[in-house]
Design a protein around this ligand. Sequence first.
Ligand SMILES: [Zn+2]
Length: 365
Amino acid sequence: MTAATFTFELIAQQGHARAGVFHTPHGAIPTPVFAPVGTQATVKAVTPAQLQEISASLILANTFHLYLRPGDELVAEMGGLHRFMNWPGPILTDSGGFQVFSLEENRKVDEDGVTFKSHIDGSTHRFTPEKAISIQENLGADIIMAFDECAPPYDRPYNESAMARTHAWAERCLNASHRTDQALFGIVQGGVFPDLREASAQLIASLNCPGNAIGGLSVGETKKEMHAMLDIVLSILPAEKPRYLMGVGTPEDLIDGVLRGVDIFDCVLPTRLARHNAAITKTGRLNLVNAAFARDPLPIDPECICYTCLHYSRAYLHHLIVAREMLSATLLSIHNLYTLIRLMQDIRQAIIEQRLNEFAQKVSI
Ligand SMILES: [Zn+2]
């Protein structure tokens, strides 16, 4: 695989934090960036036009789910993910590893790959590194991920063996990938063990991928442990390539990650909270099902300039939720996604203007 179509431009740095641009065949991604998650090739309840309006630049889709339904070959037949879901910008697919290993009783791992049962119809399937790449080549995202194994964070023997497999599988993924319009990222594992994280970061860095990811964090360990692992890994991963922290996305985690040198984040949190009637605001989460909002004329966040906050009151959102109207999920998702995307834009500007520390202290989100 060659990745000549992908370049990472560093524009400014402050401490470990970086502002950059990752160029992909479907457009530029200003970093640091928060990527909304579209598990089933749709960011739940939000149209691509709405995503563009809130300046989303990178969208995630899920290999495991799309392989099972509707099938990666069908997506390829329909012109690939960009056309299928009508998202013209950059897309990232995960490798399916995280979902397969989350199946616990319904999967069996060996050195060559994983056999698992579908949660949809109970049918048996097998993922190998080569299969994970072939699926992702059919889906056609700009950024694709190596097939990895995420172990429970505190289990040392399991982390040792899972990490060894992750390393061997990353090399097999590199050998199996052929498309020059896709950037394959390797993934660092190693649980909460400093020596394993160090060894994993060194091995993944040596593969010379166009970008590198950090997996197996925010999976049950403490914040302190997550930060310690990030400090180790980010001191080793090459500075001239983008670094992606997988599945992490509370406002606090985004700021902490950027301060340590992370460029790309994704998380289901903003859209999941929206479907549970919760809004992310600078003063904490608001649950709009609460009767206290029934006559509240204010928008979710008076300072927010998203479509939802410019046009709708808390009282209206409360009414939609109580009446079980679908629009509540859409309006809350727009606000929550915009809040995180805007936070990243503001952080990026603060890095460029060399005032990140003041900004980070001021943000109470
Ligand atoms: Zn808003």
